[in-house]
Design a protein around this ligand. Structure first.
Ligand code: ZN
Length: 275
């Protein structure tokens, strides 16, 4: 499932292909429920003629800024892909939205599981989306002290706290598993009980795993592709994620898997003891 690095790479790779282009129309749409806001008639009415001025990211949302001041936002959720097609290929059954651009290219939103979502937001809507999320972990404002402040009041397991988009933006199952292994913190440790001395290590680990994943163009487990339709390579570099039974690269103990809140957590029982 795409997390911060994958969404960042998707946005960065879309940008040079679409900035300055105008959306001439919705060439295809077979899953209107993806559009959360506005209502579908307004969505159809507003989009044609919009020029794309920027592509960015907030949390796990791709933000496509339009010259009118509106922002087309896309959440890839489980299996979404947003990419530009410049050839004549036929729209396949998993592509539920196609935007035609003024240069003949098309933006495909493909989503096998259909959990992906689209919103066309005005300034207030964009502000609300921003406020619904915690700090960006790669931003200057996200300091060890800020992470400590977020963790101080929460008795929830650290794994679940870090998955909560209102606490910290953009993290998901993969990078939380990786960061907790790096910082040597058991995923079930209540956030308030993580030793103060471990918080700077956790902060550094979160940034390190995200930066590494961005360098490797994100992780492709199954569906993820960048804005050119290409896979990431970071899945080749996982420390613990998906490595149940394999030796921990720090101590050699077999990596374990634990299900927390219906999500798999991978950790080393030796390096990450539950104290
Ligand atoms: Zn270990």
């Amino acid at each position: 499932m795409p997390e911060l690095p994958e969404v960042e790479i998707a946005a960065r790779s879309l940008a040079p292909q679409v900035i300055g282009r105008s959306i001439v129309g919705i060439a295809s749409m077979d899953w209107e429920r993806m559009v959360e806001t506005p209502d579908i008639q307004t969505f159809y009415a507003l989009l044609p003629g919009q020029q794309i001025t920027a592509v960015g990211r907030r949390a796990k949302w791709i933000l496509i800024s339009l010259a009118s001041g509106l922002t087309l936002t896309v959440h890839l959720r489980m299996s979404g892909r947003l990419y530009v097609v410049t050839d004549e290929r036929v729209v396949d059954k998993h592509t539920h939205l196609v935007l035609a651009l003024d240069n003949g290219a098309r933006i495909f939103f493909s989503d096998e599981r259909k959990f992906g979502r689209v919103r066309l937001l005005d300034g207030d809507g964009l502000t609300a989306l921003d406020h619904a999320h915690g700090p960006e972990p790669l931003s200057e404002g996200f300091t060890p002290a800020e992470l400590a402040r977020i963790m101080r009041t929460r008795r929830t397991p650290i794994k679940q706290l870090l998955l909560d988009q209102r606490a910290v933006a953009g993290l998901g199952n993969i990078y939380v598993s990786e960061a907790l292994w790096m910082a040597q913190i058991h995923p079930l440790t209540p956030a308030t009980l993580v030793a103060a001395a471990q918080i700077p290590a956790l902060h550094a680990a979160i940034r390190a795993v995200l930066e590494q994943a961005i360098r490797h163009e994100g992780s492709t487990l199954r569906n993820y592709r960048n804005g050119y339709g290409q896979q990431g390579q970071n899945q080749e570099h996982f420390l613990v994620y998906g490595r149940e039974g394999a030796p921990c690269s720090r101590c050699g103990t077999a990596v374990q898997r634990l299900v927390i809140g219906q999500r798999s957590s991978f950790y080393c029982g030796q390096c990450q003891p539950l104290s």
